[in-house]
Design a protein around this ligand. Sequence first.
Ligand code: ZN
Length: 302
Amino acid sequence: MGFIAVQGALTLEENTGRKFQALRAAVLARTGKLILITSPYGAFRTPAQQGYLRNGWEKDWPGFYYAAPVGESNHEDGCAFDINNWAAVGEQVIKEEAWKLGLVRDPSERWHWNNPRGPKFTFSPAALAGVGAVTPIPNISAADVLEAQKLLKFLGYKIAVDADYGRGTADATKHWQEHHDLVPDSIPGPKTLASLRAAADLKKAADAAAEAARVAAERAARLARETPKMWDLFWDDGKPNPTGYLGTPLGTAPLPNLTVFRLFERRITAAREGKTETFNRLEIQMMNNVLDGITRRFLGIQ
Ligand SMILES: [Zn+2]
């Protein structure tokens, strides 16, 4: 008796797993919805996992439901699975299709389906023929699930990146598919992964461009902050500022002549570029005269 993977890392005893796959296909065909096994303990369980769940139930911990004692659960031989989204998918449809496959459940655990083994319930292809829904659904590899989760998260979905195909991943995948002309089967198959990769590449490029623009804007803002305020007194978009300086109309303050403009231009450009510009004694004197004149005018000293 072998085991097969049925959903991410979850496994079931092979016969039960085939029935689960047939049930999933039949329900999908009728409702368009994908039944999902509760993760991580809804399929085969180790005795340790069974003990953990039993302990939680006995202690009435929140989020724990009835679990059989260790050694008594049919989860421990991989012959039972718990459907997490049975209410959302439709209990009646699941019941009808599960019964056709010889699956049974205790009405007190409406999510828990059991595959009682033995001659009476032995699975055969003939038993499935009447179901008309044995279209194989590709098993999802953990690597594909992990890649899909990473891409979906990068693209803005709030999901766990744990390689476990649970409800969050299925819902996000389906949402993506519905908005990108893909078959909304919740499964991250090749087309869905290709679509996610292409979108992620575009977002990476857009993010890089936005980051470059942000850096450029930040640099421009820094330069503007650090540029000596004097520049604004003299220049307005490269032309002499007609209002003079500090809002004083042209004529009430002496504007420097073109030669001194050019000196300030060299000085400020050098400061912007972090270079040192050297001036001769006369040039320094010319600039200081202008600065002195501005200061005196500003302070009202003629
Ligand atoms: Zn169960």
